[in-house]
Write a protein that binds this ligand. Structure first.
Ligand code: BGC
Length: 743
């Protein structure tokens, strides 16, 4: 390839030591980067600067747009918006002087209480893949290298570096790999390997998945970077297909193990031991072998072929070259903070899901509002860990509502603040002990109970009673009570369950009993249990909305915008998911059985005939829609491929007297084939469409072969002959029209 010509010349000119150094992480002399490759000054190869993460650029002591959590983006079911979001992330990365964004997070949401669900997209592989591909396209369109992570089957945080995901080939292919494959096809220049093992092998050493599948089968020619401190034997990892080791320096020498403090570039962030629940299974930082020390020796003694090391360097240089980093002439760009705030607002509103509305919303502008709940005074920016961002400005729900309301807004939180859990706090706990976290029995409830009480909650209950009384009084006096609640979560820990922390459930119940109308808005990392939902008039889930929390909430509540989101995850009690079985989560003896196979998320609820609280795809508009006149036609794929895709077209009529937005969803039900078990239905694609009051729009969703395929361990992707039913509708449990197609 001609594009490799300058790269080839460089690789030939590198000494053995220089080649190994080029692929070894090291400390950024400025202390800004999360990950840093120093380049080769002698040959004018510039450094490569990597920053986190999926919710926005994270650099110590610097601000950036705090975007809504990726799960909100997935809830928009809008690829165009995902691309715009990715481009904004990419532009901020460039503007910060960095070259690589350690995003998007493309793990499938398998465990509803997974600590990083907010960083990921969906429980469904097709929706996850579509969002991942669009975000990657957006990031790369700004000359920034995207890094889909964590490859692969990193579905839980509990013992994340120790556990082995025991998963069969079909589930890997149908569920866990598609979003990575789509991200690679969309042009991702790098892929981050996960901490966990898959079927017994550490992912940074997983030759079959790194080399055979990712590189050879999918044709990925960028570089694979390890997760931070995720490698053990340098030679094993390099042999298996890992190309870059991060961070490449012992933990005590980095400015920060996971979330930089940036206070003093020369000093270690902390001498405290890493809490065992975070460190368990991580390679020992004292004994793990830095690439730059181990690899030259391995080449000399014949345990690593020089060609492999050269290939590692080629992949790094090629990716730098494509992104325009190599010519050392990256013109500085500026990030338009106001434009990015608008993008963040669009994602936050379009991703918010109205689960229930019995006439309480939109609020009349003149209504007197009692604003209650622990999250009224802060924008919920995200979960803890490497995705933490620092915005220049943010609006809290209180500010948003006060600015928008014509009626009175009486603010009575009625509950102590729920502080987010920061992984950084866990790492720097002065006691060196986690008195409030016990990951052995994953009793993280105490960790997230910011009421700071003992487990009975005695200390706080008196205070709370007083607060609840005044909240209840305010709710009684107002036209409507708006209760703003939240969950809290962090990288490195899973949530204890799906309940809201503290006494938020009790607060909602007390308010609902007193108020004429009660609206609950939930800032959530993923599924949450809503035991009071029958007692309230409306429930709006707005995930972690980021810096625009207050503005977005006010616009939604007063109906300035339609809630455009639909659930990318099933909502149900924790006990109803397949992962309620300890073998499947958090695993037994270090092994996490995935023997639910392809029955993750709504597929499980279909197979077991279980009624979810709210199904995948569910979400209401303020308008009302009718689905009419669906049809199917074969569409030539082109590009030398003589197969047909299927275009599903339906007419959507907005029969309300207000504008609205609908997400038209398609699901495929396969034919019965002897000896073949398949999910009852699989999501196949969706289109988000705005329809003006009284108008109609024609919507087309294109289904490719994968929508009809299953993965056969012997024959690969297989389309069984027979009649497939295509459902067109509003959720996995709400088909409005059905069509059939022969394949
Ligand atoms: C996380 C990655 C992150 C990296 C660098 C790791 O702990 O798993 O997602 O990009 O740290 O901060």
């Amino acid at each position: 390839m001609t594009e490799d010509t300058p790269v080839r010349g460089l690789v030939e000119a590198l000494t053995l030591e220089e080649t190994a150094r080029l692929v070894s992480g090291t400390t950024d002399p400025t202390g800004r980067a999360t990950g840093y490759l120093a380049g080769v000054e002698r040959l004018d190869v510039p450094p490569l600067c990597m920053v986190d993460g999926p919710l926005g650029v994270r650099i110590p002591d610097e601000s950036a747009t705090a975007f809504p959590a990726p799960i909100a983006l997935a809830a928009t079911f809008d690829d165009e918006l995902a691309r715009e979001h990715g481009a904004a992330l990419g532009r901020e990365t460039r503007a910060a002087g960095a070259d690589v964004l350690l995003a998007p997070g493309t793990n499938l949401i398998r465990v509803p209480q997974g600590g990083r669900n907010f960083e990921y997209f969906s429980e469904d592989p097709v929706s996850s893949a579509a969002t991942a591909a669009s975000v990657v396209e957006g990031i790369e369109s700004e000359g920034v290298i995207a890094t889909p992570k964590h490859y692969v089957a990193n579905g839980q945080e509990t013992d994340r570096a120790a556990v082995s995901a025991e998963v069969d080939e079909r589930a890997l292919r149908e569920l866990y790999l598609p979003s990575f494959r789509a991200a690679v096809a969309a042009g991702a220049g790098s892929v981050m390997s996960a901490y966990n093992r898959v079927n017994g092998t550490r992912m940074s050493d997983h030759r079959r998945l790194l080399t055979d599948v990712l590189k050879e089968e999918w044709g990925f020619d960028g570089y694979v970077v390890s997760d931070w401190y995720g490698t053990e034997s340098a030679v094993d990892a390099a042999t298996a297909g890992l190309d870059v080791e991060m961070p490449g320096v012992p933990m005590a020498e980095t400015s920060d193990a996971t979330a930089g403090d940036g206070d003093d570039d020369d000093a270690p962030a902390s001498d405290d031991p890493i809490p065992p629940e975070i460190a368990r299974g991580m390679p020992d930082p004292e004994t793990c072998e830095p690439f730059d020390e181990a690899l030259p020796a391995a080449v000399r003694n014949g345990s690593l072929p020089r060609e492999r090391l050269d290939d590692m360097a080629t992949r790094v240089l090629r990716t730098m070259d494509r992104a325009g980093v190599l010519d050392g002439d990256r013109s500085p760009v500026e990030a338009d903070a106001e434009a990015h705030r608008r993008t963040a607002f669009e994602v936050a509103t379009r991703g918010s899901v109205l689960l229930k509305n019995e006439g309480a919303l939109p609020l009349p502008a003149a209504a007197d509002v009692a604003l209650v709940g622990p999250a009224v005074d802060e924008a919920v920016l995200g979960g803890g860990g490497s995705a933490e961002t620092t915005p220049e400005t943010s609006t809290a729900p209180r500010e948003g509502l006060e600015a928008r309301a014509d009626g009175a807004v009486t603010v009575v939180p009625g509950h102590p603040p729920i502080e987010g859990v920061s992984m950084l706090d866990l790492l720097t706990d002065e006691e060196g002990e986690k008195d409030n976290v016990d990951a052995t029995d994953t009793d993280a409830a105490d960790a997230v109970d910011a009421t700071d009480t003992d487990s009975d909650g005695d200390a706080a209950s008196d205070d709370l009673a007083v607060d609840v009384d005044s909240a209840v009084a305010a709710a009684e006096a107002a036209d409507v009570a708006v209760v703003v609640v939240r969950d809290t979560t962090t990288e490195a820990l899973d949530r204890d369950g799906l309940g809201l922390p503290g006494s938020q459930d009790e607060l909602i119940e007390a308010v609902a009993a007193a108020a004429d109308r009660t609206v609950v808005t939930v800032a959530a990392s993923g599924p949450v249990e809503l035991p009071w939902r029958g007692a309230v008039d409306a429930v709006l889930v707005n995930w972690y909305p980021g810096q625009v929390h207050g503005d977005a909430l006010a616009a939604l509540l007063y109906g300035d915008v339609d809630p455009g989101g639909r659930l990318p995850v099933t909502f149900a009690p924790a006990s109803a998911y397949p992962t309620a079985d300890r073998r499947r989560f958090p695993g037994v003896d270090g092994r996490v059985s995935h023997d639910e196979g392809v029955l993750v998320g709504y597929r499980w609820f279909d197979a077991r005939d279980l009624e979810p609280t709210y199904p995948f795809g569910h979400g209401r508009s303020y308008a009302e829609f009718e689905y009419r006149d669906a049809s199917l036609e074969g569409v030539r794929r082109g590009d030398g491929d003589d197969g047909d895709d299927v275009a599903v077209t339906a007419t959507l009529a907005n029969v309300a007297d207000r504008d609205g937005r609908e997400v038209v969803q398609t699901y495929v039900r396969p034919p019965d084939v002897a000896g073949v078990d398949r999910p009852a239905r699989e999501f196949a694609g969706a289109e988000s469409v705005a329809v003006a009051a009284g108008e109609r729009e024609t919507v087309t969703v294109r289904l490719d072969d994968l929508a009809f395929s299953r993965y056969d361990p012997e024959d690969g992707w297989t389309v069984d002959a027979g009649e497939y039913v295509v459902e067109v509708g509003r959720s996995a449990r709400d088909a409005r029209l059905e069509l059939t197609v022969e394949r």
